[in-house]
Write a protein that binds this ligand. Structure first.
Ligand SMILES: Cc1ncc(COP(=O)(O)O)c(C=O)c1O
Length: 482
């Protein structure tokens, strides 16, 4: 078997084009020799945990770039930012009001903090994707909690989503604040917002108290680099945030990552505008051309940087389309779902890269549309097949896939109970010990302490049949509470 380092080098040198993270797309101009950059906190090189020199400069520059009062550079990803945000403001037994489509790091924070969780479900979009969190849903949930005598201290939502769907932060923040709660926005996918008018505006002035961004997802930063932003007027407690960063982040933060962050900021300053301009031009051209696709379809969201390609009208599954793009065209995408794939772009993409994707989609589309008469039949056949395997249609409503579940125990409590393994086939009606999710996007279909429904079993079987990556199953078995 090839060793990881050799496989990485081979992939890096191959013709494969990365429509996936990180956002530098292997084109960051500065080449670092990790052997030279990798040091520890020797004199003169500052200390991330007590920044006062060069690392403080990076944080100041981040704060300026995003127009916030304070920015903390993180080398543990948005995951760390989410954990810090929750654990710095909530005590055990507190109730967290969170959007159900939050990333698993928010779920993990709730477990570590022994929190009680209540969910807000995002709106359904007509194209089947999970939509924004409505301010009215937040209001309803907060009022309902108050009626139950629960004090919600913090509301957590994801905006933008993986696919680029944005929620109305200003309205949600206002409601949260009226009820005395802080608003944490997991904006892991929005580090590029506000940096060019083609993309959605900055989130800094929309009332969030804690904004978590993954610099590495959509900007030219190395993987794991992220920031926790505290906007002007934030209700967040800076001291507690600092404590939690200190407790949870490694005491040996990587100078390779921090050094690259300094260089990436310089790169954005010097070349960002021109690169964003070219990227916007290429994306506009791409979307215009793709209007002529006949079988495949581009699902537009709020963020044009996320290219969501639906195969729902074809005989293909998302996974098959992703494999087709990889095997025939050497295009490596970020994610496949049941009936769409996601290509992630950044200002580092090339015109040629987008052109390759466009050409590939048209070639595939021509084959699928050439089967126009058969297509209907194929789709029917596929649906029939799927129905036979899983008992559900292929027409996917993602708000149902991630739909409401019955919480029997708090997640942290469920993890302390006795469990046994059970075949997926037989576990409907049981309480899940684990969080079971597709990764990506990392949103649970069923979470620890929730009832596994027939519907969950059907979607999991469909995901396994499609070849999607399912986490939380062991050799196809579930762990259920006894
Ligand atoms: C919405 C969301 N939040 C948080 C994260 C975690 O980010 P990171 O990989 O920077 O830790 C992800 C990762 O994909 C994500 O999709």
């Amino acid at each position: 078997m090839t060793a990881l380092d050799q496989a990485l080098l081979a992939y890096g040198k191959s013709q494969a084009y990365p429509f996936h993270m990180p956002g530098h797309k292997r084109r960051f101009p500065q080449s670092f020799d990790p052997n030279l950059m990798d040091i520890t906190e020797i004199d003169g090189f500052d200390d991330l945990h007590d920044a006062g020199g060069m690392i403080a400069d990076i944080e100041r520059e981040l704060a300026e770039l995003y127009g916030v009062a304070q920015a903390r550079l993180l080398v543990g990803g948005a995951t760390l930012g989410n954990l810090v945000s929750l654990l710095s403001h909530l005590e055990p037994q507190d109730t967290l009001l969170m959007a159900r489509n939050c990333h698993k790091s928010i779920y993990h924070g709730a477990i570590l903090g022994r929190l009680s969780v209540e969910y807000i479900y995002p709106q359904a979009l007509t194209n089947g994707l999970q939509g924004p969190v409505r301010a009215a849903s937040v209001q309803e949930a907060l009022c309902a909690a108050e009626k139950r005598g629960q004090k919600i201290k913090l509301v957590a939502i994801t905006s933008p989503t993986y696919e680029g769907v944005v929620s109305d932060l200003s309205a949600i923040a206002q409601i949260a604040h009226t009820h005395g709660a802080l608003l944490l926005v997991d904006a892991a996918h929005g580090a590029h917002f506000g940096l060019h008018p083609y993309f959605p505006p900055s989130m800094a002035d929309q009332g969030a108290d804690l904004l978590v961004i993954s610099l590495h997802k959509t900007l030219p930063f190395y993987t794991m680099t992220a920031a926790l932003l505290l906007p002007d007027g934030s209700w967040a407690d800076r001291e507690r945030v600092a404590n939690l960063i200190d407790y949870l982040e490694t005491s040996s933060p990587s100078y390779i990552l921090m050094g690259q962050a300094a260089a990436a900021l310089r790169f954005l300053r010097q070349e960002g505008e021109a690169r964003f301009r070219e990227n916007a031009r290429d994306l506009k051209q791409f979307y215009k051309a793709c209007e002529d696709l006949r079988a495949l379809r581009i699902l537009r969201t709020d963020d044009p940087g996320k290219i969501v390609i639906s195969c729902a009208r074809t005989s293909l599954t998302g996974q098959r389309l992703m494999e087709w793009l990889r095997e025939e065209y050497q295009l490596e995408l970020e994610m496949a779902s049941f009936d769409y794939v996601l290509a992630m772009t950044s200002l580092m993409d090339t015109s040629e890269g987008l052109r390759r994707l466009q050409d590939a989609l048209f070639e595939i589309d021509a084959l699928l549309a050439g089967e126009a008469d058969r297509r209907h039949v194929l789709r029917e056949e596929r649906q029939g097949e799927q129905k036979a395997i899983c008992g559900v249609d292929r027409v996917i409503d993602h708000t149902l896939v991630y739909g409401p579940r019955r919480k029997i125990l708090e997640p942290w409590q469920a993890l302390r109970k006795k469990w046994e393994e059970m075949d997926l086939e037989e576990c409907a009606g049981c309480i899940s010990r684990d969080s079971i999710l597709l990764y990506p996007p990392g949103i649970p279909l069923v979470h620890s302490g929730e009832e596994i429904t027939e519907e969950v079993v059907r979607y999991l079987k469909m995901a396994l049949a499609d070849g999607l990556k399912v986490q939380g199953l062991r050799d196809g078995k579930t762990r259920v509470l006894v």
